[in-house]
Design a protein around this ligand. Structure first.
Ligand code: ZN
Length: 275
């Protein structure tokens, strides 16, 4: 499942490649979108900006049209030079937006809608997005308040609930709980104020660290090199996620994992550090 930082980076890459450009070709296999395109053609419109809100991506076009997409488990946006070969098969293509020099391709995108700026605001209210951990106006106190309103929810599940805190996926859920030495299955009512604060602030800190830019950054397709440990060696990138059976980087105990049948989300934690 893409995390908020992946969407944020994808939006930034698309924005850099496409903002200010005019759409030369629009193609989609999604009937809802192609109907709008027939009535209100996208070709000829300018792409004003691309930004992310939680796990939603907004592409603002001239003439009061916004393309809203959500990646869920398998969706992704790629950006290619005009003649470049796609890295995914054509059958996974859902949306193509071409400009003179770049082609943005949405693969396996499950949720895609056109909106006006106004209906987008209404839609955002309906989907009840919580505070976006990457937003400049992130409000930690408001998130803690929202979490406490679900006292019986396990903290691991709560961190994934986009209506409470927007932007975290399965990887960061496990990593954030480890950072604060909190067992992901503890219910919110059992957490101290200091633990709640640590979780919320760590979520923001870790995601922000993963969207930092390097000065030599170019337009590339994001390769998935996320890290939370601050180490750059690929094998050392994460504390617990994907490391079942391996020694805890803090205490040496074997990391354990569990897969909940209901939502098939794997959780990783250190049984000694995270009581
Ligand atoms: Zn440990």
């Amino acid at each position: 499942m893409p995390e908020g930082d992946t969407i944020f980076r994808a939006a930034r890459t698309l924005n850099r490649a496409l903002a200010g450009k005019v759409i030369t070709k629009f193609e989609t296999v999604l009937p809802k979108l192609s109907r709008i395109n027939e009535d209100h053609p996208l070709a000829g419109r300018a792409i004003e900006s691309v930004n992310a809100s939680g796990k939603w991506m907004h592409m603002h076009l001239s003439g009061d049209l916004v393309l809203l997409t959500h990646m869920r488990m398998n969706g992704s946006w790629h950006i290619y030079r005009a003649a470049e070969r796609w890295q995914r098969p054509k059958r996974d293509m859902r949306i193509v937006i071409a400009t003179d020099d770049f082609v943005a391709v949405g693969f396996n995108i499950p949720v895609a809608e056109f909106h006006s700026e106004r209906s987008l605001i209404q839609r955002s209210a309906v989907s009840k997005l919580g505070n976006d951990v990457l937003a400049a106006d992130f409000d930690a106190a408001a998130v803690i308040f929202a979490l406490k309103a679900s006292p019986d929810t396990g903290i691991g599940d709560a961190l994934l609930r986009q209506s409470l805190i927007a932007g975290l996926g399965n990887v960061y859920k496990s990593e954030v709980c480890f950072a604060c030495r909190v067992n992901p299955f503890r219910s919110i009512s059992a957490l101290t104020e200091a633990e709640l604060e640590c979780l919320v602030l760590s979520a923001r800190k870790i995601l922000l660290a993963n969207v930092q830019e390097h000065s030599d950054s170019q337009i590339i397709t994001y390769a998935g090199m996320r890290r939370t440990t601050g180490r750059s060696n690929p094998a050392d990138r994460l504390w617990v996620y994907g490391r079942a059976g391996e020694p805890c980087r803090r205490c040496g105990a074997a990391i354990v994992s569990s897969k909940e049948a209901e939502n098939a989300r794997v959780t990783f934690w250190c049984p000694r550090c995270q009581q």
